[in-house]
Design a protein around this ligand. Structure first.
Ligand code: JHZ
Length: 430
């Protein structure tokens, strides 16, 4: 059972969304599974950490919130035990998809595959939920489709607009869906990449999807894959934005409950291993290939509490392995810097207690993050050209999912370095 760790502050009161508000904090403890309403079992606590994208200016401070992972033993949905108000996390967002060549290629090939599979034409409307800087929609637009994005972060919505991608600057809701339906019609395709795991009320989200989708339309979502997180020990992908951690099993349960049919689930090699899930708005059983995947997961015990308690024990070991590895380098007076001020980096750094005593600075090519400090650990984020001036002994690849792209770029621009990949076990890569 979860312990009650609801943050209380002075001046507590409840707002209409059920968030318990203090002067500075907005957090709600999840009492039951967000999908089926049953009791949750706590499996892992990563302590209290700041929000993963709450980079601060020098002199500023940030708040921390409990970060706990739970399993619903009834429908197998793995989820956080607390929900931070999305207004705090998504109204100004520093993460942009366009920084990485890997994502540019991934989204271009995703758009190409879906245009061909669904026979999309210039009459087709594609709506992307959480459209970020408009990268995915840009690919659909190039292929001739009509596109509209929905993006709550005003800084990102204006980047997308400047790039010619019509974007509604708001959360996905019945209001935004109605605006699109009236102005552009219903959607042939709704995409949501790295968004579904951020959704608190899945039922409301899917009921709005149904109002926006044409009868024969398709919803395609991509989410990080829970089985990969466990296999590769990528516990750093646990942070407050990621409310749910999906397997094929829990995904099918969610859609079946909401009377939608999962027609395919494919593993895609992005963000360390993700699922691409294709869904139709009809109440039907998933096809045999999907059922087979679900069966394989139950054979691997993805529905069992022991799987997660073992994972939690291995997380503790990963932390001590990494600290030992970095300490041995620092004991030789050699320098370590990070590459990629990713959101997940901040779980790793905060949970392991890695601050400037280990990592002098982190380089990142996203100008929105440069000049800021990492939340909690206050490590400066600098442009990557710093590497050529400072020549550190080791580069800790915090965006390990993009390690190949980063190592190639560093070698091309700044010569040879020793890279450390932190997970599942710290190791050196040339
Ligand atoms: P990256 C994001 O998490 C955010 P993050 C989000 N919350 C989500 O759900 C997950 O993805 C799945 C930098 N970089 O993509 C850019 C360079 O500087 O692994 C980024 O700051 N130069 C929506 O933030 C970071 O690394 C480069 O050449 O964990 C990568 O972050 C490259 C390739 C990357 O996601």
């Amino acid at each position: 059972m979860l312990q009650d760790q609801l943050k209380t502050g002075t001046n507590n009161k409840r707002d209409e969304g059920g968030f318990k508000i203090s002067q500075k904090t907005k957090i709600r403890k999840l009492e039951q599974c967000r999908s089926c309403g049953k009791q949750l079992s706590l499996v892992l606590s990563l302590g209290e950490t700041p929000l993963a994208n709450s980079f601060v200016k020098p002199g500023e401070s940030e708040e921390s919130f409990p970060l706990e992972l739970c399993l619903c033993q009834s429908c197998s949905l793995v989820q956080l035990g607390h929900v931070v108000d999305p207004e705090l996390m998504f109204r100004n967002y520093l993460y942009t998809t366009g920084v990485s060549e890997t994502f540019r290629r991934h989204f271009a090939s995703m758009a190409k595959a879906l245009v061909s599979e669904l026979n999309l034409s210039q009459d087709s409307l594609v709506v992307d939920i959480g459209s970020n800087d408009g990268l995915l929609l840009g690919s659909f637009k190039k292929l001739g489709c009509k596109v509209v994005g929905i993006e709550p972060a005003s800084n990102l919505a204006s980047i997308a607009d400047k790039n010619g991608i019509t974007t509604i600057n708001d959360f996905f809701s019945d209001k935004t869906a109605a605006i699109i339906t009236v102005k552009y019609g219903k959607a042939d395709l709704i995409t949501a990449t790295n968004v579904f795991a951020h959704v608190d009320n899945l039922e409301t989200f899917l009921s709005v999807v149904k109002t926006l989708l044409k009868n024969d339309g398709r919803l395609v979502i991509e989410v990080p894959y829970l089985a990969k997180m466990i296999e590769m020990m990528t516990f750093d992908t646990i942070y407050h934005e990621h409310l749910s951690y999906f397997s094929a099993l829990s995904m099918v349960n969610v859609f079946t409950k909401n009377r939608m049919q999962v027609i395919s689930i494919d593993e895609v090699d992005i963000h360390g291993g993700s699922l691409r899930v294709s869904v139709k708005n009809r109440d039907a059983e998933p096809p045999p290939a999907v059922q087979k995947m679900v069966k394989q997961e139950t054979d691997r015990n993805l529905n069992k509490l022991e799987t997660y308690t073992r994972f939690a024990r291995r997380v503790t070991k990963s932390k001590s392995d990494l600290l030992r590895f970095l300490s041995s380098i620092r004991a030789r007076n050699q320098t370590i810097v990070g590459y990629g001020a990713a959101a997940k980096a901040n779980t790793l750094l905060n949970y392991c207690g890695i601050s400037r005593n280990y990592v002098e600075y982190i380089v990142d090519d996203n100008p929105l993050k440069q000049g800021l400090l990492t939340p909690g650990t206050h490590i400066p984020v600098l442009p990557s050209k710093t590497l050529s001036e400072e020549r550190p002994n080791y580069i800790l690849v915090l965006a390990w999912n993009l390690a190949d792209e980063i190592a190639k770029k560093v070698r091309q621009n700044y010569g040879n370095f020793e890279f450390i990949v932190p997970l599942p076990h710290p190791r050196l890569v040339q």
